[in-house]
Design a protein around this ligand. Structure first.
Ligand SMILES: [Zn+2]
Ligand SMILES: [Zn+2]
Length: 195
């Protein structure tokens, strides 16, 4: 894989969902138009067996890294994002079975007023545990969430099949060309990783 493929991290996160009987890896794009153009310009041309996703765990975070060979190399991009480990991530790690669908997703943010009482806030606590009288802050003493926020994920229909999935530790990054390239190009621009 050429090192000149640009790295793209301007997406919001990654969701992991069961859908069509298989785990789906869902990079989340905030806007439907943008997700359509990312699919149309880049992912559509990916050769399925060449799609790689890599997860590099560092403390409570992980690097999501994804790339592929393209039938249209001039518009190819590789994707990465440094993310917080989550229950859905751990479920994917245990349950993917070596295969997953890649779909893009969009999401709609929900306020406390719109959310059902048992809707989960991004802090991990339910809507009912947030105080409507206090700027929607979470009521758990140990939680520093100041405002309820939740989102509903919509999976787009088009999909690719991923069969090359690896979970790595930081000591392994030199052995994987895609990951090594990602770390070389992007690591020192991410100050949150250096903490
Ligand atoms: Zn919260
Ligand atoms: Zn909370």
């Amino acid at each position: 894989m050429s090192t000149s493929i640009p790295w793209f991290d301007d997406f919001e996160g990654v969701a992991y969902r069961y859908y069509d009987l298989r785990m789906n890896v869902v990079p989340l794009v905030s806007d439907r138009k943008e997700s359509a153009s990312i699919w149309h310009d880049t992912i559509r041309y990916w050769v399925d067996p060449s799609i790689k996703i890599r997860f590099v765990e560092i403390d409570d975070k992980y690097w999501f890294i994804m790339g592929a060979d393209s039938q249209k190399p001039d518009t190819n991009m590789s994707f990465y994002k440094v993310l917080q480990k989550s229950e859905n991530y751990e479920r994917f790690k245990k349950g993917h079975g070596g295969e997953a669908y890649l779909r893009l997703g969009t999401y709609a943010k929900k306020s406390l007023d719109d959310a059902k009482k048992d809707a989960m806030c991004n802090c991990g606590h339910e809507a009912v545990d947030h105080d409507e009288g206090d700027g929607d802050a979470c009521l758990f003493n140990t939680c520093d969430c100041k405002k309820f926020s939740s989102f509903q994920v919509n999976l787009l229909k088009r999909k690719k099949t991923i069969t090359d999935i690896k979970f790595l530790e930081e000591k392994d990054v030199k052995d994987d060309p895609l990951v090594w390239n990602c770390f070389n190009v992007n690591e020192y621009s991410k100050s949150d990783h250096l903490v």
